[in-house]
Design a protein around this ligand. Sequence first.
Ligand code: LLP
Length: 402
Amino acid sequence: MNIEKLKKTAQNFGTPLYVYDLSIIDKQLDKIKQGFNTLNNYQLFFAAKALSNISILKYMNNLGLGLDAASIEEVKTGIKCGFDKNKILFTPNGIDLSEIKEAMSFGVKINLDSMESLQDFSDSYPNQSISIRINPDVLAGANENVSVGHVKSKFGIPEEQIYDVLKMEEEGKIKVTGLHIHTGSDIIENNHFEVGIRKIFFHAYRFKNIETIDLGGGIKIPYFEGDTETNLKKYAEVINEEVLRFNLKTKKNIRLIFEPGKFLVSDSGYLITKVNYVKKSSHYTLVQLNSGFNHLIRPTLYKSYHEIINLSNPDDEKFEYSVVGYMCEKDTFAESRMISRISKDDIICIKNSGAYGFSMASNYNSRLKPTEVCIIGNKFKIIREREKFEDLFRGQIDIFKD
Ligand code: LLP
């Protein structure tokens, strides 16, 4: 982390702002490739939901990655950014057939995640290739909001219905060429990955047209020194074991897909803010920032930990602060955190804001969304203008205007 460079972005572009250092994306990509170097037939699809600015998506495309899209809008954004159609994978949940039809018309790959949508799909596209998302019944992920692979989660076709899928295939209604799982984000326990892997391969043997197995995202990154992280080598070991056995038994060369979001971009992003006041009472010392959960909702929504650095005074004595936002609701970025002495107007950096930061930002309290800036080598490039007051009213219709 280059403190001087980050401070400069605040001077040049004002606060609050998001800054993404592209060199860190490169580094993370290298780490995955290194960790997966024993796997020989796999593709990486960047999860657009983590960070969907078109400049970032184009950068991912240039790096050779595919795109994991959660909505038809993300599919269309991917096409706009130049991704090859067969490197866009659409994994929606609970959507209407019309969205699937639109995706089919673009020729992108699709993962369906319920029997109901599969039946609808087969009525319109009999015996067409399709990939399905399975719910493997794994309780994985950092918190209940991001744990999506257990039986009660709304995602995926329940295992008990796989027999029905096989029956549809036997009857020539569908042709299942891919299986997919995604069980959670920030998966801490390596064996949660393992259970998912074993299960998806167990099911794969029953699908005679299978070509790809997609293991989703969820790779855990460390949020502070000494924090846990996914052991990629061990992850790859389990996968390899299953792949080798599968290829040997079926005489296939199964292709793997991974859909990393956080792993690629979390570390690359910083939310840079300014201290409005240091508010004191006998109960607290609050650092009040010119930002809030409208810009970064993760700490409020998931109680997620983000390291906070005082860029204006990084080496001074540390004191205990609670860092809060300016919303008319509780929006605490950090509680009772030791940070080097903070004063009014200091520039504060919230780390690990690259994933699910801007992409989850809102206009709540009629606040404006910040600007986004990239660091490319020694250059800064604006990739999104700061929102303007007038932008709040775009699309609104004033029926009382005379
Ligand atoms: N693939 C699928 C089908 C997904 O649903 C997701 C994330 C990913 C891949 C990427 O997962 P990742 O590698 O980023 O963990 N907003 C939450 C995370 C929600 C994840 C939703 N799905 C957060 O900020 O922690």
